[in-house]
Structures are given as C-alpha cells and as structure tokens.
Design a protein around this ligand. Structure first.
Ligand SMILES: [Zn+2]
Length: 393
C-alpha cells in the first residue's frame, strides 16, 4: 500500500457519518431564503464553536447575515485550500428536513447545505487526524448567492478583502465531471423611447422617430453582433452569444407608440472581460440612439465572469490524485453547465476553483435530495485533497 492510500484510509475512517448527517439537518432546518441567511449562518457558527473551532464573522457588506469563516492551520508553510459554500436557498416555500431511504431531503439539501456539511466534516476530519502536514484550510460560508435575489456581492467583498485561499473547492451538486470551462453571463433590458405623447397614427408628426423601427434595427444589429461573437468558441464551453428573449411595443393597432423594450442575455468566454462586453453593448446602443433620434436606456446586470481551469494547476493535480485514490479512476473533464462562485474566484483574482459536490438533485425545486453515502465520499475527498494540495510544490 502506498502512502497516499494509507493516508486516504486514515482520513476515511475518521469521517463520522452521523455527525455529518446531524450537521446537514441542523442547517436544512433553518429557513434561509437568499438575503435572509442570518439565522442559518448563526447556526453554522454555533456548531463550529461548540466543536472547538475559532469562528470569524466578517459582515462583508451584508450585516443581516455575516459570513462564517474558520481557518485550520498545519503550522507549516504551504498552500491554502478554501472550501466555500453558500447557505442561502432560492425563494420557494420551505421544506423541512427529512430522510428518504439513503437520501436526505428538504430545502437546501441539494443546493447546497448538504455540500456545506460535507466540507465542515472534512475540516473536522483534518483536525481530528492532524493529517494536514503543510499549508492550511479555509472554510467560508455566505449568503447572497442565488439570483435574482442575490448577485454574489457578499462573496465578492470577502474575496476583495483577502478572505480567499490559493485555490477553492465548491461542494455544489455536480459530480459527473471535472468542469474546466464555462461562460460568463449578463442579463439586459433595453428601453427605446421617443419624445412626445402617444397619438393616433394619422395625427403623428411626419418626422417623429419610430421606436418600433429602432427596435427592429436593434434586433438586426444584435444579430450581426451574434454572428461575429460566434467566431469565439471554446471546444467545451461553446460560443459567445447575444440572445433576445422578448420584445414589446405598442398598445393598439393605430396608436403611435412611445416605447419599445427588449430583454435578453449576453454570454462570453474566458479571455473576454466583463467591462469589454458591457462597453461593446452600450456602444452599440449609443450609436443606434444617435442614428434613430431615440433615447435608449439599458438595465445591464453581470451574473458572473467567465470560468477557466488549467488541468496542470496544482489544484487539479491534487484533486485528481485524491479523486483517483478515493474512487479508483480519475474524473473526466467537461464543461461547467451552470454559472457559480467558481466563476467569481477566477474572474476577480484568477484563483482556480473546482466545483465538485455530492450526488444530489432537485435543486431549485421543492424536491431536493442528497445522497448520504456521497456526502461521506465528498468529506473524505475534500480532506485528502487538502492534505495533498497543502504540501504541493
Ligand atoms: Zn448552489
């Protein structure tokens, strides 16, 4: 048996299933819709304090639910691996925790209190075994993740304030691939207006601009932009896009309308910055407004930056070694199907992040579930990755 297998066995036998399940249930049973995760953050902080950890509570611009931060240090130099999770859930009716066969159920079971509990168990395992020989582990949990009620702003603040590791693991419910590329995204709503009141079409001044014609021209120009963007393509993450989801104008067939509005998205790849994307979009609108003599306003919201992970990064190497030791084979790489906090870590500070969590389902529904066996696997995997990464050259 090689030393990594021996280490892995030692960590696995220190994972305590009931302690992990109890933690997940104690988190699930406190309702925490996005923006109101204060009570569950206090619950997690209390659990960690009872367990002997020193807990920091940085507000990070969200005093209603200060973040929860724990550091576990080996006392020797090395890399810091961060375990980061969100404690908020989408705004759906609360479902109390329950058990269905070998799965846990309830609000946040899948997205992502189960994963947070697994990360907490990994920190306990590392503390109990003293296995961390170099570097440290940083555990962070926060609110304001789920859109549209949050925009990730509490995590942004934590990262800007330096509460960040050298690399990150995110126990979101994704376990069938190692996601190495994903698109950034923004939503937009554009409103085109003309001066003057609504009038019967036969009464309209001949030289008044038409907001419908300007809207049609915008559709055409975004179509051309889309063709140019499609040239930017990543084999896994796909193409850059601009998408129109709705367009509206007018009240009845013979009234000359004042307003036309459109809504849609813009998605981009790593290497394109969020500022570049917004500047290009607003520039196109300003040019159209000048040419059509209309006023054009845009509500423009970035969801998250684009995401990229180098498979030769020490995080990937440590993770794959740990994964193969735990599961008997490496994890295949693939695209990231959703936008998550890994995009933020990469976008703001080029900190590499891997999204990997328990087998789970029903996220953003009333039927969330997470496999208890897989929570144990993730706790074990996280602990082993932390030891390998902390000591990585
Ligand atoms: Zn989530």
């Amino acid at each position: 048996m090689n030393s990594t297998s021996a280490l892995s066995d030692r960590l696995r036998s220190a994972v305590r299933r009931q302690r992990l399940v109890d933690t997940a249930i104690k988190l699930i049973e406190v309702p925490s819709p996005t923006g109101s995760a204060g009570a569950v953050s206090d619950r997690l902080a209390g659990l960690l304090r009872e367990d002997g950890f020193t807990v920091e509570r940085p507000e990070a611009d969200h005093p209603a639910a200060p973040a929860v931060v724990v550091r576990l240090k080996s006392g020797r130099p090395g890399r810091t691996l961060q375990f980061n999770g969100h404690l908020d859930t989408v705004h759906l009716p609360f479902v109390a925790p329950g058990q269905d066969g070998s799965n846990l159920t309830g609000s946040g079971a899948s997205d992502m209190k189960g994963g947070v509990a697994a990360a907490v168990e990994a920190v306990r395992v590392l503390r109990d075994t003293g296995a961390l020989e170099a570097g440290s582990v940083l555990l962070t949990a926060h609110d304001l993740h789920e859109a549209p009620w949050g925009a990730g702003q509490q995590l942004d603040r934590l990262i800007q304030d330096g509460c960040v590791g050298d690399a990150v693991l995110l126990p979101e419910p994704l376990c069938d691939r190692l996601p190495i590329a994903g698109r950034g995204g923004a939503t937009w709503r554009v409103t085109i207006r003309r001066p003057g009141p609504p009038v019967h079409e036969v009464m309209r001044p001949a030289d008044e601009p038409s907001v419908i014609a300007a809207g049609a021209e915008l559709v055409a120009r975004l179509g051309k932009l889309g063709q140019r963007l499609a040239l930017k393509e990543h084999p896994l993450a796909g193409r850059e896009t601009v998408f129109i989801g709705q367009i509206h104008s007018g009240e009845i067939f013979n009234q000359y309308p004042q307003e036309c509005w459109l809504e849609g998205t813009r998605r981009w790849l790593a290497g394109t910055s969020r500022e570049e994307v917004e500047g290009e979009f607003r520039g196109l609108l300003a040019e159209l407004a000048g040419q059509t003599r209309t006023t054009i306003d845009a509500d423009y919201h970035v969801i998250r930056d684009a995401f990229l992970l180098e498979i030769t990064d020490p995080l990937c190497l440590a993770f794959q070694q740990a994964y193969e030791t735990v599961s008997g084979r490496p994890l295949a790489t693939g695209p990231k199907p959703f936008i998550d906090d890994g995009n933020t870590f990469w976008g703001l500070k080029q900190v590499p992040a891997i999204t990997h969590g328990p087998r789970a389902g029903g996220q953003h529904t009333l039927n969330e579930w997470v496999s208890i066996d897989d929570l144990e696997r993730v706790a074990h995997l996280y602990a082993l990755t932390a030891v390998l990464y902390g000591a990585a050259a």
